[in-house]
Design a protein around this ligand. Structure first.
Ligand code: SF4
Length: 376
C-alpha cells in the first residue's frame, strides 16, 4: 500500500524567442504568431483528462515553466488559472510560480501576473555580465535584469527567485563572484545558483566553448557557497539557496518524491494510487500534434524494483534528513528491501543512519552518482 504524497501541477509552455546556446530544455524557437488561446484550451483539456487520475486530491503548488511562459500575456494566464480553479481543488496557500525572462515586454507583465494570482516569479538572469550573456545566446542585458529585479522586489509577492549560472565560458573566479554578489545585493528570497553543463544537441554541444578548469570551478563553488551562507541563504538542495521560509514548495515536492500532474507539450507527471500503483506520464512533445488533441505520449507503471532508485535519485538532491517513513509511505516498500544497499552506502561514508532517518554526508553529495548506483 502507498500513502499518497502531496500533489503539484506542472504546466509546460514550449516556445522561446530564440534558443540559448546551452539549452537542452524542451523548447521551440517561435516562428509564427504565438497560439496563446488555442494552446491554453488544449492545456485545460489535457488537465481535464488527468483529473480522473487524482480524484479529489488537493493541489499544493503550480509551476508554469518552459520555454518562456512569460511570452503569454496576463489575460491568457488569468484564463488558464481560472480554468484550473474550476477543475481542481487548489490549496488556499498554494504556491503559484511563473518562469520569466527579463526582457522589457515580459517585465511589464510582472505586476499584472500578480493581479491574476501568480505569487512567485522566477527570473532567468544567468549573469550580470552582458558580454557573457551574449556568449550564452541570451536575449536580455544586465541592465534589463537589474530593472526586472528591482521591479519584482517592489511587488510584495510571496517570493521570487533568480536563476544564476556559474562556470561560464572563460569565467574567472572574480567574474563569478561579481555575478553572485550582484544577485545577493538585489535581495532575492531564493537563488538557484547552478553550474553550466554542456549538453549534447545544443549549440555548445556542437561547438564546445572554453570552460574554466576544475580548480577554478571548485574555487567558484566553495567561495560562492560561503558567501551565500554568510548572506543568510540556506542551501537546501545541490543548486538551491533560500532565505528562511522561501524554499520552493513545488521543487521540494519533486525532490521528496511527491506526485505531480504534468500538462503541456512534453510535460512529465507522476501519480501514486492507494492500491500501490505509481504511474509516470509523458505528454506529446510536438505542439502541432499536441494541439490536435493527442496529449498522451506515454504512460508507464513504476515497478517495485525501480522504486528505490527513483526515490533516492530525488531525495539525495536535498541536504535535509530523509525520514525512513517517507520511503515506506511513498514507495510502498519495506526498509529490508534495500538493507544491503544502505549498509554499503553507510560503509562507504555516503550516508549516516539513525532509527528514524537517513542523512546524506558531504562525501555522499560529492559522489552522488556513485551513491545512486548502489540503488540501481
Ligand atoms: S529562454 Fe530558457 S528555455 Fe528558452 S532557450 Fe533559453 S534557456 Fe532554453
Amino acid at each position: 500500500m502507498i500513502k499518497l504524497p502531496p500533489l503539484s501541477l506542472y504546466i509546460h509552455i514550449p516556445w522561446c524567442i530564440k534558443k540559448c546556446y546551452y539549452c537542452d530544455f524542451h523548447s521551440y524557437t517561435l516562428k509564427n504568431e504565438l497560439p496563446e488561446q488555442k494552446y491554453i484550451t488544449h492545456l485545460l483539456n489535457d488537465l481535464q483528462n488527468d483529473i480522473k487520475l487524482i480524484s479529489d486530491r488537493k493541489v499544493n503548488s503550480i509551476f508554469i515553466g518552459g520555454g518562456t511562459p512569460s511570452l503569454f500575456n496576463e489575460k491568457t494566464i488569468q484564463y488558464l488559472l481560472y480554468g484550473i480553479n474550476e477543475r481542481l481543488l487548489l490549496a488556499s496557500n498554494a504556491e503559484i510560480t511563473i518562469e520569466t525572462n527579463p526582457s522589457m515586454v515580459e517585465i511589464n507583465r510582472f505586476s499584472k501576473y500578480k493581479q491574476v494570482g501568480i505569487n512567485r516569479i522566477s527570473i532567468g538572469v544567468q549573469s550580470f555580465n552582458t558580454n557573457k550573456l551574449i556568449k550564452l545566446g541570451r536575449m536580455h542585458s544586465s541592465k534589463e535584469s537589474i530593472h526586472a529585479l528591482s521591479l519584482v522586489a517592489g511587488l510584495n509577492l510571496h517570493s521570487f527567485n533568480i536563476d544564476l549560472m556559474h562556470g561560464l565560458p572563460n569565467q574567472s573566479l572574480n567574474q563569478a563572484m561579481f555575478d553572485l554578489k550582484k544577485a545577493i545585493n538585489l535581495l532575492p528570497p531564493h537563488i538557484s545558483w547552478y553550474q553550466l553543463t554542456i549538453e549534447p544537441n545544443t549549440k555548445f554541444g556542437y561547438h564546445k566553448p572554453i570552460l574554466p578548469n576544475d580548480k577554478i570551478l571548485w574555487q567558484i563553488f566553495s567561495k560562492g557557497n560561503k558567501i551565500l551562507r554568510k548572506s543568510g541563504y540556506q542551501q537546501y538542495e545541490i543548486s538551491s539557496y533560500a532565505k528562511s521560509g522561501h524554499q520552493s514548495k513545488h521543487n521540494l515536492n519533486y525532490w521528496r518524491f511527491g506526485d505531480y500532474i504534468g500538462i503541456g507539450c512534453g510535460a512529465h507527471g507522476k501519480i501514486s494510487f492507494n492500491n500501490g500503483r505509481i504511474l509516470r506520464t509523458i505528454k506529446t512533445k510536438h505542439p502541432y500534434k499536441y494541439m490536435n488533441g493527442n496529449y498522451i505520449h506515454q504512460q508507464k507503471e513504476v515497478n517495485q524494483l525501480d522504486r528505490p532508485f527513483e526515490f533516492f535519485m530525488n531525495r539525495f538532491r536535498l541536504l535535509e534528513e530523509i525520514p525512513k517513513q517517507d520511503f515506506i509511505n511513498y514507495t510502498g516498500l519495506i526498509e529490508n528491501t534495500i538493507r544491503n544497499q544502505l549498509d554499503n552506502a553507510i560503509d562507504q561514508g555516503y550516508i549516516t543512519e539513525t532509527k528514524l532517518n537517513w542523512q546524506i554526508t558531504n562525501k555522499g553529495t560529492l559522489f552522488l552518482n556513485f551513491l545512486l548506483m548502489l540503488f540501481l
